[in-house]
Design a protein around this ligand. Structure first.
Ligand SMILES: *Cc1c(COP(=O)(O)O)cnc(C)c1O
Length: 399
């Protein structure tokens, strides 16, 4: 046996890295050359119309990040202080935080076990069994608060079961705000995520499928929603010349320099999605025989496979997700567990919840693997070989 580790000669493989091989430089240069670098400029409106066209939504409003898009969307959806909003408990914390920014209370909904998205059965159970109509408003009996909206997250690039969620929302007169931060480029029942949404929000943070460094976008089919979102994100300015404001607005607009990056990135989105899907398929084929189980895709969905994620069940593979993560880190391969579910987060302690144990299990067992779309097959092979060498050893140890 060789005494030097086989990882010594290999570079570190991060979980996900931005790819900037398109027109990024030339569009940003165009921006700088023109002097239009702030929140007014042609790239902002171009990025908005490009995202609208890409998703199939009528309108798009660019924001400074995805969290700001979510906050704005909730306000535009009519969420008021003291209201309740149903939110996926398995999500990045920004989703639940946005509800708090609006002064509202998250009601945390667990995931369904197959695709890990907001469980429509639990949504239904909450609305039917825990709420009553009072003076034309839907009230949570336990808290006495008005229930106003549902905020499903398209987790890991896979669409939530929108048909079921929209049906419940229609029955209970709730707005649906979709957190599609991880899912630009995904499709649901033949349409892109964002198409036909009340409101859907995207993120262009550095680790997302396309990035502006930081940025967000809200899309909708409603002209009023778009107009109100534009107003709130530009300091609620009421006069084109004078500083007249009738409301407290926000400085949430994306700058032209960052929008220039976004326009260039969007041109390459389909390539990135293909790349991420290729990576997920590769891992699945190589590593499922070892007992890892990959995040699967619903028959009516097309996932972007944003972060390629597997269940590491110690009963099947002989070690925990944390152990596997730490051993892969020694081989300079970065993997990461999913988010601590919101019902366990100290930041959102005490929220009402509808739990089934699925998010808890995913928190314990799910592990995301390197998913940068430009990863070469040789690197994927190196990652899978590392896992193959680690796992059977572990299996023997427990046997
Ligand atoms: C990234 C992300 C956000 C936040 O987007 P930012 O652009 O970082 O503010 C919100 N929700 C989910 C599910 C995310 O993954």
């Amino acid at each position: 046996m060789s005494t030097t580790s086989d990882s010594d000669n290999f570079p570190f493989v991060p979980l996900s890295e931005p790819c900037l091989q398109g027109n990024e430089w030339s569009y940003v240069k165009e921006c700088l050359d023109s002097g239009w670098i702030s929140s007014v400029g042609s790239f902002v409106s171009r990025f908005e119309s490009d995202v609208a066209r890409y998703t199939g939504a009528e309108f798009a409003v660019a924001t400074v990040n995805g969290t700001a898009a979510l906050h704005t969307a909730l306000l535009v959806a009519g969420v008021e202080p003291g209201d309740e909003v149903l939110v996926s408990t398995l999500t990045f914390i920004a989703t639940a935080n946005a509800v708090r920014y609006a002064g509202a209370h998250p009601v945390l909904i667990d995931s369904e076990p197959r695709y890990w998205q907001m469980d429509p059965a639990l949504v239904s159970e909450f609305l039917n069994q825990k709420c009553v109509w009072r003076d034309g408003e839907l009230i949570n009996r336990a808290t006495g608060r008005r229930v106003r909206a549902i905020l499903p997250v398209h987790v890991l690039g896979h669409p939530a079961d929108l048909a079921a969620i929209r049906a419940e929302a229609a029955r209970f007169e709730l707005r649906v705000v979709e957190d599609a931060a991880e899912s630009l480029g995904a499709s649901y029942q033949g349409r892109r995520v964002g198409a036909g949404a009340d409101i859907a929000c995207f993120s262009f943070n550095g680790n997302k499928t396309i990035t502006c460094g930081g940025g967000g976008m809200l899309v909708t089919d409603s002209a009023q929603v778009a107009e109100r979102a534009r107003y709130l994100t530009t300091q609620a300015k009421d006069d084109p010349v004078e500083y007249i404001h009738h409301e407290v607005g926000f400085n949430y607009r994306l700058t032209n320099v960052l929008a220039a990056l976004g326009v260039a990135q969007l041109e390459q989105l389909d390539k990135y999605v293909q790349g991420r899907r290729r990576i997920a398929a590769y891992y699945q084929q190589r590593l499922e025989p070892l007992g890892l189980r990959w995040h699967s895709e619903a028959p009516d969905a097309r996932s972007t496979c944003w972060l390629s994620t597997a269940i590491v069940d110690p009963e099947r593979v002989g070690m925990t997700a944390v152990q596997l993560r730490d051993l892969l880190a020694q081989k300079k391969i970065q993997t990461r567990r999913l988010w601590q579910p919101m019902h366990l987060s100290p930041a959102h302690r005490g929220c009402e919840s509808m739990l089934s144990g699925v998010a808890d299990r995913l928190f314990q067992m799910a592990l995301s693997f390197p998913s940068t779309p430009s990863l070469e097959t040789a690197t994927l092979d190196r990652i899978c070989t590392a896992v193959e060498r680690i796992l059977p050893t572990a299996a023997r140890r427990v046997a």
